[in-house]
Write a protein that binds this ligand. Structure first.
Ligand code: HEC
Ligand code: HEC
Length: 411
């Protein structure tokens, strides 16, 4: 299903960006280098010269302490006007076929840009097989969505929710219709030329995903109590959080191997990165047939690569703001962080009844770092306290990221 989606995006991309011949494998922008995915966990994808992706040094990102600059494609430099345009487009329901949804419907700021649902529901009511992801720090994500090794640019990703048909999300059909709906709106008539001053006709569809991407690159989150603690500032990061941090980074729990670094994720790329790391892991959530099978609508990386070893492998998503992004995992199958810890403590999830029954801990495809461990009641409280300390309340209510159509919209 994701393959079909990816293909649909490529077709739209080719159409929208003016590639000739309609060959979905030959969009205007060069296709990513061929992936050399194998059974190993590390896959380095050459991203070319590091500085090629860092355009727009003039733009002043409001970087959290210790964060590197996000990657910015050379052909889509950042500017305040472009971010303002992108913010408005992100929240504009005219970007859905029936006018009922915007990007912001499934990516709500107060929930760190998730929607609180186990699985997304599109504008026509269609259920998405997967859970809407947080967009906090999404400009640093090396491969976008839950399990797609080649989807690396926000400019490309936006085409899937706009035009995807399996499932329908925003349900737009025609790039020209997107522009037609926005034309004549004085705010857009003003913003498009200011956002794209270098082009003679700035009010085009191609500039819609570009502006959306620019706005999303400003969704920076790194001002949590944990960050204040690391920076040596006064914070609510107390003894329990500190013990939890030590457990999180311990060889017994192993969390940090996959959720390490400034994003608490091992799938990160920034302006200084010299190569892409595309990492995907099977954490033993399912083992339907004893051979490690996941439900048919969510086989993970396997869906793209068709390599049997990739069954059930997903991206280790960032744990920043994780306390507000429930329910958890690609299919929202864990309701609480307690449930998440139960899964890891057992070294894989056991499902006793129903079509998905199986013992995840016995999966032959499970990552060897998901081994299981024992936590005392106090240690469990500590790990949870640490995870909650990653919530950045400033980010969740930052007026710069809020809905400009709301009555109490920020500047
Ligand atoms: C119907 C709900 C819905 C709508 C509307 C929606 N999204 Fe999403 N979004 C999702 C889901 C579900 C995923 C996970 C997709 C997957 O893994 O296949 C996702 C993933 C993403 C990601 C990847 C994040 C990451 O960490 O890799 C980005 C970026 C994103 N959406 C941006 C957008 C933008 C921009 C729009 C508007 C053009 C939009 N979304 C509209 C549900 C939605
Ligand atoms: C082998 C790598 C690996 C290890 C070790 C690991 N994780 Fe994960 N984590 C993942 C992957 C991959 C996912 C997504 C899995 C999925 O949805 O199928 C994930 C998802 C999560 C989520 C859900 C996030 C969300 O927004 O849905 C939480 C919370 C989490 N992990 C916490 C932890 C904690 C706590 C530990 C240590 C006890 C840990 N992880 C150890 C790879 C790992």
């Amino acid at each position: 299903m994701r393959r079909a989606l990816a293909l649909a995006s490529a077709v739209v991309l080719a159409a929208a960006f003016g590639a000739c011949g309609g060959d979905p494998s030959a969009p205007d922008s060069p296709p990513p280098p061929t992936s050399t995915l194998d059974a190993a966990d590390t896959t380095a994808l050459d991203a070319g010269a590091p500085d090629a992706s860092d355009a727009g040094p003039a733009y002043a990102f409001d970087l959290p302490p210790g964060f590197p600059r996000p990657r910015v494609p050379a052909d889509n430099p950042m500017s305040e006007a472009k971010v303002a345009l992108g913010r408005r487009l992100f929240y504009d329901k005219r970007l859905s076929g029936n006018g009922s949804q915007s990007c912001g419907s499934c990516h709500q700021q107060s929930l760190a840009f998730t929607d609180g649902r186990a699985r997304g529901i599109g504008s026509t009511g269609a259920a998405h097989p997967r859970s809407a992801q947080s967009l906090a720090n999404v400009g640093y994500v090396s491969t976008l969505t839950w399990a797609h090794p080649q989807l690396r640019e926000l400019e490309t990703q936006a085409l899937t929710p706009l035009f995807g048909t399996e499932p329908v999300e925003l349900g737009m059909r025609d790039p020209a219709d997107v522009v037609a709906r926005l034309r004549g709106d004085p705010v857009y008539e003003d913003l498009f030329p200011r956002a794209f001053p270098e082009t003679a006709s700035p009010f085009t569809f191609e500039n819609v995903p570009r502006a959306l991407a620019a706005f999303q690159r400003t969704l920076l989150s790194g001002w949590s109590e944990y960050d204040k603690h690391i920076a040596g500032q006064a914070s609510a990061f107390g003894a329990s959080e500190k013990r939890g941090l030590e457990l999180f980074f311990s060889e017994e729990l192993e969390c940090y191997h996959c959720h390490g670094g400034f994003l608490f994720s091992d799938s990160v790329a920034h302006a200084g990165s010299t190569f892409f790391e595309a990492l995907f892991h099977n954490t033993g959530l399912y083992n339907i047939d004893g051979n490690g099978a996941y439900p048919a609508d969510n086989p993970g990386l396997f869906e793209i690569t068709t390599n049997p070893a990739d069954m059930g492998r997903f991206r280790a998503v960032s744990l920043r703001n994780v306390a507000v992004t429930a329910p958890y995992f690609h299919d929202g199958s864990a309701a609480t962080l307690d449930d998440v810890l139960d899964h890891y403590a057992a070294g894989g999830r056991t499902i006793t009844t129903g079509p998905h029954a199986g013992v995840g801990s016995a999966s032959p495809l499970k990552d060897e770092l998901v081994r299981g461990f024992t936590l005392t009641a106090e240690q469990r409280v500590d790990v949870l306290a640490f995870l909650r300390s990653l919530t950045d309340t400033r980010f969740l209510s930052d007026p710069r990221h809020s809905d400009p159509f709301a009555a109490d919209a920020g500047p």
